[in-house]
Design a protein around this ligand. Structure first.
Ligand code: NAD
Length: 253
């Protein structure tokens, strides 16, 4: 009943990290995958690995989610290959650490551009298709940093962008429920990926502090998002929209 055989799922930033793990989980359920990522080489490598391991069709598209012409191209190429879009996982994101009083406007805007504008542009372009189809599930990747400010790190732009993604998710969910398009967000805690590896490598006390604050006592791994993304992307979550699904080992309790 909840299988995703012959679904078409787009995962932005799907070449590596959390996006790659979520693409694998969706492919396990039978969904074809479109990986849209800045990094062409890694997107193609991940696509090839997925085809071989999961036996689904996988399209790799080099694209920047902050550029509307790239976003349009993702939608066009996906429709040309699969004729529909069932799922969008808005996962591409970046972080810049700097004290607020010292942060350059470029660092501020780069983060807001990818994490918020990119999510909106992708949701808008794919949402139009889903509205026509009268079917679709959009999963935006926020962060626990959209809910709490994670001291002592200095990530004001990141925190603001991720809080905005939660509000955008609720707004789109409210507007598009009438079209049978659902929009939810996942708020992960610390997951070991390239984005956070510098903290795990050099964090020392910081990593120790995080683990003290995490009731489950370990950092997350990308595979920890597999179940929740399958739930939200599939009909298993048919009555869920506008929700914020926290997956953080208990950090925010
Ligand atoms: P990552 O840096 O390991 O991977 C991000 C991927 O996104 C890369 O493949 C990169 O090439 C791609 N990307 C970056 N900018 C892009 C753009 N403009 N257009 C297209 N692709 C782009 O990051 P990750 O740790 O896997 O994080 C994925 C998402 O999860 C991000 O939105 C991040 O904020 C969020 N998140 C991560 C953690 C964590 O602990 N790792 C926690 C909470 C939320």
């Amino acid at each position: 009943k909840f299988a995703m055989k012959d679904y078409c799922s787009i995962v932005t930033g799907g070449a590596t990290g959390l996006g790659k793990a979520m693409a694998e989980a969706l492919a396990d359920m039978g969904s074809h995958i479109v990986i849209a990522d800045l990094d062409q080489q890694r997107a193609e490598q991940t696509a090839e690995a997925l085809r071989t391991a999961k036996g689904v069709r996988v399209l790799a598209i080099q694209a920047d989610v902050t550029k509307s012409e790239d976003v349009e191209r993702i939608v066009e190429e996906t429709l040309a290959s699969f004729g529909k879009i069932d799922v969008l996982v808005n996962n591409a994101g970046i972080v810049r650490n700097a004290k607020a009083e010292e942060m350059s406007f470029k660092d501020w805007s780069d983060v807001i551009n990818v994490n918020l504008h990119g999510v909106f542009l992708m949701a808008q372009a794919v949402g139009k298709v889903m509205i026509q189809q009268r079917k679709g599930s959009i999963v935006n990747i926020s962060s626990m940093s959209g809910i709490i400010v994670n001291t002592p790190q200095c990530q004001s732009s990141y925190n603001a962008s991720k809080a905005a993604v939660i509000s955008l998710t609720k707004s789109l969910a409210a507007e598009w429920a009438v079209h049978s398009v659902r929009v939810n967000t996942i708020a992960p805690g610390y997951m070991k990926t390239e984005l956070t590896q510098p903290f795990f490598d050099n964090g020392g006390d910081m990593t120790k502090l995080w683990m003290e604050r995490t009731p489950l006592g370990r950092p997350g791994v990308p595979e920890d998002l597999g179940g929740i993304v399958v739930y939200l992307a599939s009909e298993a979550s048919a009555y869920a929209t506008g929700g914020v699904f926290v997956v953080d080992g208990g950090y925010t309790v």
